[in-house]
Design a protein around this ligand. Structure first.
Ligand code: NAG
Ligand code: NAG
Ligand code: NAG
Length: 453
């Protein structure tokens, strides 16, 4: 009995712990809808729909909302796409649809399409499709209607029922709930996803409003930071700088791409407390307004912000130079500077060595891909790479500790405790718990700290 159970567990573990679901033959698998091949395939589908429909205008792809593939004796693609008529009629000669503007007089259409592709036989065909125009009104029978109403009340959204904005937000919300379903079905840790306060924003819109890490092109001169020394000796199994008073309360960047400033102040607050014994909440607005390398609400980088902090002679406190969530003129008062730094270091991308550095030195500023954070409710997040490209860093946050939690059925989830800047009403009282040891969402690729002597 025990033996059989072990075999069952072993097989299941294999399926769950590798990226096997992405390669299973015959089963449905989710694919990255931003992938160039998928985008091209979707444009091919729209061309075919244009040939078959009786519309006067040519439609163009707005976006691929979700895509799945199934390997049978070719590949069957199932996609949910949004298309929109352009101002170009079908009788005009058009070389490139890119030149045709969207037609505001017409409605967007939501289509589900099935495509059949046999790469080795050069076969590509639109098997079937079904399109429905977006509605002017949202009725109770629409999917996620009740969830949307609950969301709208809970977060006091200003849009009136069935106003244009309401209908637009309803569609975004219901698309997001489809995304949430996929994330919950494919979560490898213990995280759950749902209708957070960001649930009526398109992921692109969300990224623009609430992140703000500006990663420079590879060629630029950003590799001149000193490498941090990793101390020898034992590292505790868990650690949390919050319990040692080195972390200020969770702040809120609001609609401004200033995450980089919060990641920086969080790190300096920790260094100052550890070296000088006093926890002082520091001014992000000073960095937003006065840092000349970074771009305020349009984004920036902690590694630049350390340099600028040194140039300015240090930082004022939150109280003296309060946060406004917009770009303003620099109002730095040198005599109000309370905290200085003397340098900065680049910390290893080895997550085991990161724990050693953190436990010995303080919280670490990191860059991360925030794609999984828009709908994060709680638990240890361990998404497949497919949903969170580690090369697409867009958000700056702060690792303040780490630990290990049991898995849902068995196994363990080592995790990082990440302080975010979206207020305490997001995530776990403002914090994100994310799997440690797998380079999740690129969290180990931009780890830095200031140095206070
Ligand atoms: C497309 O949408 C339908 C209904 O909204 C849903 O059942 C289906 O799973 C979606 N397809 C994909 C590939 O997500
Ligand atoms: C930090 O070190 C990594 C290698 O561990 C390197 O790729 C990166 O460019 C360095 N960053 C900076 C800002 O020096
Ligand atoms: C660190 O920087 C401060 C402020 O610029 C300076 O007064 C201090 O002497 C520096 N400490 C060291 C050890 O260089």
């Amino acid at each position: 009995m025990g033996y059989v159970l072990q075999i069952v567990l072993a097989v299941f573990l294999f399926v769950c712990s590798t990226e096997a679901f992405g390669r299973r033959v015959g089963g449905l698998q989710y694919i990255d809808q931003e992938d160039d091949d998928i985008q091209n395939l979707a444009r091919f589908a729209v061309d075919e729909i244009n040939k078959k429909s009786n519309d006067y205008f040519r439609a163009k792809l707005v976006e691929v909302r979700q895509a799945q593939s199934q390997v049978v004796s070719g590949i069957l693609y199932h996609m949910n796409i949004t298309i929109w008529d352009t101002v170009c009629s079908k009788i005009e000669f058009v070389t490139d649809l890119k030149d045709c503007k969207f037609n505001n007089q017409e409605k967007k259409q939501r289509c589900s399409v099935n495509l059949w592709v046999v790469p080795w036989d050069n076969v590509k065909s639109l098997e079937d499709y079904h399109c429905t125009p977006e509605s002017d009104k949202v009725s109770e029978t629409f999917p996620f209607y009740q969830e949307f109403e609950d969301f709208r009340k809970k977060y006091e959204r200003p849009y009136e029922k069935n106003s244009d904005e309401y209908v637009k937000r309803y569609y975004l919300f219901s698309d997001n709930m489809e995304r949430v379903r996929v994330l919950n079905e494919n979560e490898r840790g213990t995280a759950t996803y749902g209708a957070t306060k960001f649930a009526d924003l398109h992921p692109d819109e969300f990224k623009k409003m609430y992140t703000g890490l500006k990663v420079p092109a590879k060629s630029s001169s950003h590799s001149d930071m000193k490498q941090a020394k990793i101390p020898d000796g034992p590292t505790p199994a868990s650690f949390d700088w919050r319990t040692l008073g080195a972390v200020t309360k969770v702040k809120n960047q609001e609609q401004c791409g200033s995450c980089w400033a919060f990641s920086t102040t969080g790190n300096i607050e920790g260094q100052w407390k550890i070296k000088k014994g006093k926890l002082v909440s520091l001014s992000e607005q000073q960095l937003v307004d006065c840092d000349k390398i970074d771009e305020g609400c349009d984004g920036g980088l902690p590694s630049d912000a350390y340099k600028e902090t040194i140039r300015m002679g240090g930082l004022e406190t939150e109280g003296e130079y309060p946060y406004k969530a917009e770009d303003e003129k620099c109002e730095l008062n040198k005599k109000d500077i309370r905290v200085y730094i003397n340098g900065s270091v680049n910390i290893t991308s080895d997550e085991t060595k990161m724990t050693t550095w953190l436990a010995n030195n303080g919280p670490i500023s990191i860059g991360i891909n925030a794609a999984m954070m828009q709908f994060y409710f709680g638990g240890v997040a361990h998404p497949f790479k497919l949903f969170c490209n580690p090369q697409s860093l867009d958000h700056g946050v702060l690792i303040v500790g780490y630990g290990t939690k049991p898995g849902i059925l068995w196994g363990e989830n080592p995790y990082w405790i990440v302080k975010n800047s979206w207020g305490p009403d997001w995530g776990v009282q403002g914090y994100y718990l994310v799997y440690r040891g797998d380079g999740v969402c690129g969290l180990n690729t931009m780890c830095t700290s200031s140095v206070v002597n």
